[in-house]
Design a protein around this ligand. Structure first.
Ligand SMILES: *[C@@H]1O[C@H](CO)[C@@H](O)[C@H](O)[C@H]1NC(C)=O
Ligand SMILES: *[C@@H]1O[C@H](CO)[C@@H](O)[C@H](O)[C@H]1NC(C)=O
Ligand SMILES: *[C@@H]1O[C@H](CO)[C@@H](O)[C@H](O)[C@H]1NC(C)=O
Ligand SMILES: *[C@@H]1O[C@H](CO)[C@@H](O)[C@H](O)[C@H]1NC(C)=O
Ligand SMILES: *[C@@H]1O[C@H](CO)[C@@H](O)[C@H](O)[C@H]1NC(C)=O
Ligand SMILES: *[C@@H]1O[C@H](CO)[C@@H](O)[C@H](O)[C@H]1NC(C)=O
Ligand SMILES: *[C@@H]1O[C@H](CO)[C@@H](O)[C@H](O)[C@H]1NC(C)=O
Ligand SMILES: *[C@@H]1O[C@H](CO)[C@@H](O)[C@H](O)[C@H]1NC(C)=O
Ligand SMILES: *[C@@H]1O[C@H](CO)[C@@H](O)[C@H](O)[C@H]1NC(C)=O
Ligand SMILES: *[C@@H]1O[C@H](CO)[C@@H](O)[C@H](O)[C@H]1NC(C)=O
Ligand SMILES: *[C@@H]1O[C@H](CO)[C@@H](O)[C@H](O)[C@H]1NC(C)=O
Ligand SMILES: *[C@@H]1O[C@H](CO)[C@@H](O)[C@H](O)[C@H]1NC(C)=O
Length: 808
């Protein structure tokens, strides 16, 4: 692709003197710049324009940056505009501009190359404008917010060879409708209803060699008219909603080098015509709904380098074909969830150039082959199989190993002592195996390490590698092992997640925890931590999750915990905490904001969803919340302690809380009426305390409430009615109180027994039953997503492609 640009430049550019660009083109460009400045200044956080300083009225526009003029002697028309990434990176809010700013550019009809990628431009493409650019050969619009359908004028640009519309919100025309303005408005109301076919007229741009429509909202089938694009070399339709079968004759496009259709809903089999594609280097079909056997002829395509299958497809593999001899030489092989059984296939050893191997979610057995350890592959992902045995030390002498994920197999034995020799290793995930012995000291030598997940094994011992010089290591998960001794603290300041739960750690919480000044997630549940919950914990101001459940903490909860303004999940349950619930908990800002479904900032660490799912008491059972979507949750669990005194009314301000559990304590007094303000709460457990008085009527305001347990208190009076309260009809949730009544538990209240006509006993029973069906509100259950690791992609082609423009 960069090649393509070079070619274009090579043909057109050589040194020419004197002539300037036409005045009208210069004016158009200055006008464009002026509207950019207006847009940049108008944005909420004033942003900078990048590399436009040279654009001024006194100089020749052929000498400006981002511009190339024709080198013909008679005219110096502007022929190429590299207008990508015009605005300096802005977080959290990028500058947003509308497609109107493009208007001046449409006067420059001599344009052959237009790159307006990565600019956050919103709105529909101005079709009439593009009709002017009849000489266009290269058009890059990726990474904007263009919406609507592709204007028909584009299909008349017969010279187009390169079109990139990836990562926008383009959609097609819904079948039969020629998207009248009215229809489009209606469609825009709900993103989920967008879709529509890729316009079949794309097949009219017969010179097209590179077409990228990745990451839009196209649905329907791949248009058969694409088979007219005889020159097509690269087709990228990944991340759309495409369905139906891959065109049977796709193999007629004999110049195809890359066919990328991942993450759609394509059905049917892999068309056999693909074996005719003698130049095919990349085929990505993963995460569709394809069926049938993976054809072995794929491995006979000599040019093939990247083969990515599997994921949500339902493809099968002929496991009897073990003697296969591939004719290709792959650098990327991904066959996740493809029904591979038996040992890791031998024929992989013939792929000497392999850099990326993903065979996760299969039924592979046997040991980690020595030949694979010797192949020096960069990424090896074999998670979710049934592999056994210990790891060959040779694996860690590989100078290329960057990702090793072997989670959820049945590997065993000690980790090789030379593990520290894997100097390029960035991601090491060995969770859910049967590894034992000490955590090797030499891990501290892997200084590129970003993610270390050794959870759910049988690692033991009370000495621990000093990882304080592993300055990139952000995620550390040692939970569910048999580690003992003091809580280790020798980790880098960059540590964001430290999970040590379900081990045998003892002693008190060490002050050195506060050295981790970026720590967001600290989980030490199910250990034997003693002593008090120290004041200094409040110094880790970045904490979002603090889980100390099931330890032996004593003393009272320090007020200062309420200074942790990012805290969204606090679990102190099953300890020996005494005293009152600090009234200042009402200030926990992280629990006040209503959880947002949009993650605030893009984060490299949100990638491995597998890391540390948080186990919480959720609706009476233990559930795993995916750490990838923790921002959705806000939980406060103080249950199973010896807390006493009254419940502070200020807890009612925690509007973001989805779960509040203060059961199994010695709390007394009334349930605060302010609990009616816990507008997000789904699960409210106050059972096993000494609460008295009646249930506040305000509880009827809780529209999300699914579970309310007030049993084993000293409550009396009428259970409030209305809203979700009408559905709370499990008698166990109200049992062992001092006289609760209400239709929910079929105990009539004195005030409801109207004096004159005392109904017959049977009738009253009927009446209660009829009540139960009434007004069952809805409750928005939590989306409990247990994420999956997905490193299965090479970096998006688009990112690799961003090579800087040539210096002319
Ligand atoms: C707008 O942006 C320009 C340059 O980008 C800058 O010189 C100017 O100060 C900004 N503010 C206003 C109000 O124009
Ligand atoms: C205009 O830009 C040119 C370079 O393209 C520069 O040499 C010149 O000084 C600039 N003039 C003004 C008035 O900024
Ligand atoms: C097309 O170009 C002409 C000049 O060649 C210009 O007058 C016209 O405004 C342009 N059309 C659009 C839609 O920009
Ligand atoms: C596309 O080409 C077909 C003939 O191959 C022609 O009938 C049709 O009008 C063209 N459509 C457009 C939008 O150019
Ligand atoms: C395919 O590519 C070759 C060489 O790049 C070129 O000569 C040919 O015209 C292209 N088109 C078709 C349909 O083969
Ligand atoms: C594809 O090529 C085959 C011959 O190889 C031909 O019979 C068929 O008509 C072609 N199909 C299309 C849609 O071009
Ligand atoms: C996958 O395909 C097999 C037949 O090849 C079928 O029996 C099975 O039900 C399919 N599974 C799913 C989830 O569609
Ligand atoms: C792991 O291997 C042991 C024997 O070494 C076997 O008993 C056990 O069932 C295996 N577990 C899994 C999950 O395959
Ligand atoms: C680690 O690698 C070096 C060479 O890079 C080698 O000399 C040494 O023997 C290796 N260590 C082990 C324990 O294999
Ligand atoms: C783990 O390995 C031990 C032997 O080291 C074996 O007794 C045990 O069954 C294994 N556990 C599992 C779950 O495979
Ligand atoms: C605690 O941190 C300090 C540096 O802040 C360090 O000197 C000391 O050795 C650490 N103690 C332990 C037990 O890790
Ligand atoms: C926890 O530690 C305390 C004191 O160190 C000890 O008395 C107690 O037995 C331990 N509890 C468990 C379950 O190991």
């Amino acid at each position: 692709m960069a090649k393509m640009r070079l070619l274009l430049l090579g043909l057109l550019i050589f040194f020419t003197p004197s002539l300037c660009c036409p005045e009208y083109q210069k004016q158009a460009l200055l006008q464009f710049k002026a509207s950019l400045i207006k847009a940049a200044n108008g944005s909420s956080s004033e942003s900078q324009l990048v590399d436009l300083e040279s654009w001024n009225s006194t100089s020749d526009c052929c000498h400006w940056s981002r511009i190339i003029c024709s080198s013909r002697l008679d005219s110096r028309n502007v022929i190429a505009l590299y207008l990508d990434s015009l605005f300096a990176m802005q977080f959290p809010e990028p500058t947003v501009v509308t497609s109107i700013i493009l208007t001046p550019l449409f006067r420059i009809t001599s344009l052959m190359l237009l790159d307006i990628s990565s600019n956050q431009i919103q709105g529909e493409l101005p079709g009439s404008g593009f009709a002017n650019l009849s000489k266009l050969v290269y058009l890059d619009m990726m990474l904007n917010g263009f919406s609507g359908s592709i204007p028909s004028q584009l299909f008349h640009l017969r010279h187009l060879q390169y079109v990139d519309m990836s990562s926008n919100s383009f959609h097609g025309i819904l079948s039969g409708e020629v998207g009248s303005l009215q229809n489009l408005r209606v469609l825009k109301l709900d993103d989920n209803f967008l879709g529509g076919n890729i316009p079949k007229e794309m097949g009219n741009i017969t010179k097209l060699q590179h077409l990228f429509l990745r990451g839009n909202k196209f649905s329907g089938g791949i248009p058969p008219s694409f088979l007219h694009l005889k020159e097509l070399e690269e087709l990228d339709l990944r991340d759309n909603l495409l369905s139906m079968e891959i065109p049977l004759h796709i193999g007629n496009l004999s110049n195809m080098t890359s066919l990328a259709l991942s993450n759609n809903r394509l059905t049917g089999r892999i068309p056999s015509s693909i074996q005719k594609l003698a130049k095919l280097e990349t085929i990505q079909l993963d995460n569709n709904l394809l069926t049938g056997e993976i054809p072995s002829w794929l491995f006979n395509i000599k040019s093939l380098k990247n083969l990515v299958l599997g994921g949500s497809n339902n493809l099968t593999w002929n496991n009897n074909d073990a003697k296969m001899v591939p004719k290709c030489m792959l650098s990327q092989l991904s066959m996740k969830s493809c029904g591979l059984a038996g040992e890791i296939p031998d024929w992989i050893s013939t792929q000497k150039t392999l850099e990326f191997l993903d065979l996760s979610e299969n039924q592979l057995e046997g040991v980690f082959p020595q030949w694979l350890a010797e192949m020096e592959v960069g990424s090896i992902i074999l998670s979710d199989n049934s592999l056994t045995g210990s790891l060959p030390p040779r694996l860690f002498n590989s100078p290329t190993l960057a990702v090793l994920s072997l989670s959820r197999n049945n590997f065993s034995g000690e980790l090789p002592a030379n593990i520290g020799n894997a100097s390029e290793l960035m991601i090491l995930m060995l969770a859910g195996n049967n590894f034992s012995g000490k955590v090797p000291e030499s891990i501290s030598m892997i200084y590129r390490l970003l993610i270390l997940d050794l959870s759910s094994n049988r690692f033991s011992g009370n000495s621990f590698p000093d990882l304080s010089s592993n300055v990139l290591l952000g995620y550390i998960d040692f939970s569910s092992n048999e580690l003992s001794g003091e809580i280790p603290t020798k980790f880098s300041q960059e540590t964001r997640l430290l999970a040590l739960g379900k081990n045998k750690f003892s002693g008190s919480l060490p002050r050195n925890l506060t050295n981790m000044i970026q720590l967001e997630h600290l989980d030490i549940h199910d250990n034997n931590i003693t002593g008090e919950l120290p004041e200094f914990m409040s110094q880790i101001s970045t904490l979002q999750v603090l889980n100390l459940r099931n330890n032996s903490l004593q003393g009272s909860i320090p007020n200062s915990i309420s200074n942790l303004s990012s805290l969204q999940i606090l679990d102190l349950s099953s300890n020996y905490l005494v005293g009152e619930i600090p009234a200042k908990f009402g200030n926990l800002d992280g629990m006040i904001e209503t959880p947002n479904t949009l993650s605030s900032s893009p984060d490299i660490f949100s990638m491995p969803h597998e890391v540390n799912d948080l186990i919480v008491n959720w609706k009476r059972s233990k559930q795993a919340l995916s750490s990838a979507s923790l921002e959705l949750y806000s939980l406060l669990d103080l249950s199973m302690n010896q807390l006493s005194g009254a419940i502070p009314a200020s807890l009612g301000t925690l509007k973001g809380l989805k779960l509040l559990n203060i059961s199994h304590n010695n709390l007394s007094g009334k349930i605060p009426a302010s609990f009616g303000d816990l507008e997000s709460v789904e699960s409210l457990d106050l059972s096993y305390n000494k609460l008295s008085g009646s249930l506040p009527r305000s509880l009827a305001k809780l529209q999300e409430l699914a579970i309310l347990d007030v049993s084993n208190n000293k409550l009396k009076g009428k259970i409030p009615v209305g809203g979700q309260m009408d559905t709370m009809n499990d008698p166990n949730d109200f049992a062992n109180n001092s006289g609760l009544c209400g239709m929910q538990i079929q105990v009539s209240c004195p005030e409801d027994q109207l004096p004159p006509a005392k109904p017959h006993e049977d009738e009253s029973k009927d009446a209660w039953f009829s009540w139960e069906g009434v007004g069952i509100g809805y409750s928005v259950g939590l989306f409990i997503a247990v994420g999956i690791i997905y490193f299965g992609q090479a970096p998006p082609a688009n990112l690799c492609r961003r090579q800087r423009r040539q210096v002319v």
